[in-house]
Design a protein around this ligand. Structure first.
Ligand code: FNR
Length: 192
């Protein structure tokens, strides 16, 4: 690694609120697999209320503002989400809806990488395309490839959350390497 390279501050968002979430494990794996110049902080969002435009008119709720500010400061965002009924978990979509409001919404031009873990064999293939569509609307700069779908995820992580599948670790390492380059490219594009 280039010793002078600026450290990249990455926010991690897990689409599942569940303790012991496989996607939480996938997110922590992404943190472990990042190049040394990237540092992941997983951000908790369970206190975000249901979106209601009447509430928004009174002001952005504190838990939402905290996440908006944290995303705004970050160099990039990694999202690991389950698929619920072929799409996004409702609570996670609710979070994105809150974050998306206002002219200074922090996902605009923000580099984002997506991965998903599922107990089934497809690894959440369908949710990723719905999430990409949502992130398109908010002008996020989503890494296209490599895609990471962690299927049969229960067999890929030990009960302590450690990844026990070398192929999964390698896929995630490849994606995080690409994400580091993507952040640099996204920055260059914005400065052009
Ligand atoms: C699921 N699950 C699931 N899996 C899948 O591959 N496609 C799907 O459409 C769904 N739908 C679905 C709906 C709901 C309401 C639940 C609770 C679950 C299974 C899902 O992959 C599994 O529960 C994961 O373990 C959820 O992710 P976390 O919480 O472990 O991160």
């Amino acid at each position: 690694m280039d010793a002078n390279r600026k450290r990249l501050d990455i926010v991690g968002l897990c689409g599942s609120l569940r303790t012991g979430s496989l996607n939480g494990m996938a997110l922590r794996l992404a943190g472990e697999c990042m190049p040394p110049y990237m540092v992941l902080e997983v951000v908790e969002w369970s206190l975000v209320p249901p979106f209601n435009a009447d509430v928004l008119e009174l002001g952005i709720p504190v838990p939402v503002q905290r996440i908006r500010d944290r995303i705004a400061r970050a160099d990039g965002v990694v999202i690991a989400t389950p698929e619920y009924n072929f799409s996004l978990p409702g609570m996670f979509k609710n979070l994105i809806d809150w974050v998306s409001r206002g002219v200074d919404q922090p996902l605009a031009h923000k580099p984002v990488a997506i991965l998903s873990a599922a107990t089934g064999p497809l690894g959440g293939a369908r949710v990723q395309y719905d999430l990409r569509r949502v992130l398109l609307f908010v002008n996020a700069m989503v890494l296209v490839k490599p895609e990471v779908f962690i299927g049969n995820a229960r067999s890929k992580f030990a009960s302590d959350g450690q990844c026990i599948d070398e192929a999964t670790r390698q896929f995630v390492t490849g994606q995080m390497d690409s994400f580091g380059r993507w952040i640099a490219q996204a920055r260059a594009l914005q400065q052009a």
